[in-house]
Design a protein around this ligand. Structure first.
Ligand code: ZN
Length: 170
């Protein structure tokens, strides 16, 4: 009888452990499949900024002595910026620590989380900095980037909170 109970406990432990690992595997799989929905009006495919007179938009691009820790997605000045999936708004994101007077025009953005991801969108003027939005809801508009960087491909900068490469989510 004791042996039977011990066996039953062992078997149930193995089963629940398998279920747990299976669940974690599924979560990991789902996370790897997360894709950003359209971020900006006029760019339904999330076209990335290539290289222009001001530099390149890819993650890791050179920025003087530093490297670009985000991915730039084409977004026209004044375009509507959308929630790429269901998100929480977690406060203001600030691109520049010591902005010039011109940079102050676009020194704005929002911290977001959703789909297990934590990220920032720079150069966006959100309607609000707190709360939640559904996929496709309006976050706000893009600030007037051309007034600051004439000739650049206007864009929103997507940066993961851990500064890892967001490209796989696009
Ligand atoms: Zn950028």
């Amino acid at each position: 009888m004791k042996v039977a109970i011990v066996l039953a406990v062992l078997v149930s432990t193995v089963v629940s452990t398998d279920q747990l690992f299976g669940h974690q595997e599924k979560l990991r799989h789902e996370r790897s499949l997360v894709k950003f929905g359209a971020l900006c009006s006029g760019n339904p495919t999330n076209q990335k900024r290539g290289c222009d007179v001001k530099g390149c938009g890819n993650y890791g691009a050179k920025r003087g002595s530093r490297t670009h820790k985000g991915l730039d997605i084409v977004c026209n000045d004044g375009a509507t910026v959308y929630a790429p999936f269901d998100v929480q708004l977690n406060g203001k994101a600030v691109p520049y620590g010591s902005p010039s007077d011109l940079q102050k025009l676009i020194n704005d953005g929002v911290n977001l989380s959703g789909e297990g991801l934590c990220f920032k969108l720079f150069y966006v003027k959100p309607d609000k900095y707190r709360g939640s939005l559904k996929k496709g809801d309006r976050i706000g508009i893009l600030h007037p980037m051309q007034r600051v960087y004439r000739g650049i491909t206007s864009h929103t900068h997507v940066q993961m909170c851990d500064r890892s490469d967001p490209t796989k989510y696009f």
